[in-house]
Ligand binder design. Sequence first.
Ligand code: URA
Length: 232
Amino acid sequence: MQRLDKFLSEAGAASRKEIKTLIRQGRVTVDGRAASAPDQKIDEGTAVVCLDGAVVEGYRTVTILLYKPAGFVTSTDDPRDKTVMELIPERYRRLGVVPVGRLDKETEGLLLLTNDGGLNHRITAPRHGIRKTYYAEHAGTAGEADIAAFREGLTLRDGTVCLPAELRPLGEGKSEITVQEGKYHQVRRMMASRGLTVTYLRRETEGGLTLEDLAPGGVRELTGVDLSVLER
Ligand code: URA
């Protein structure tokens, strides 16, 4: 059992103070009957709570996968740029999802958002080494020496040492890159260290997850199966 005001505030419906007013105004119902007081006890597993006639979904942990288009920054709020949060349906924003790691403003592709702090930490912690694959278009063509340098662990122009990574040339000016960490501008800087300036970058996979049939700007909610594939 849970207090009604706690249920509503955790669900992102309104603040505790606003909830008091909403209940007094008769705008909140529990199982079809007007709620009596903010401290009314409800069974959060079965009660149907409505605000102005619309069902309020209770708090739950949720992880979503966004196909980030270029031009959006990976941030919850920004004074200048459009953020990825603008691409997320309101119901997920209310549940408090935040980006897991980041993609640069001009990078497209797979970006996870979650309100599960433990999951967020596990995915971003370098020691878990979740693999991420990128498709890149770039100046020049990658060759055997570049593949070997990636495999050994590159040293970037500022001296940063990277963990071993995979570079798979896909022909002139195109490559696929797999990394197991997420340093700032990592793929662009790795490629630049080999004289291969990236002009287009898209993240295709993270753990065992892919974009599947999403279009840029599309979102899908992950299932338990997806989450097990992610951390495998
Ligand atoms: N590497 C980059 O350079 N940019 C990204 O957005 C992700 C990885």
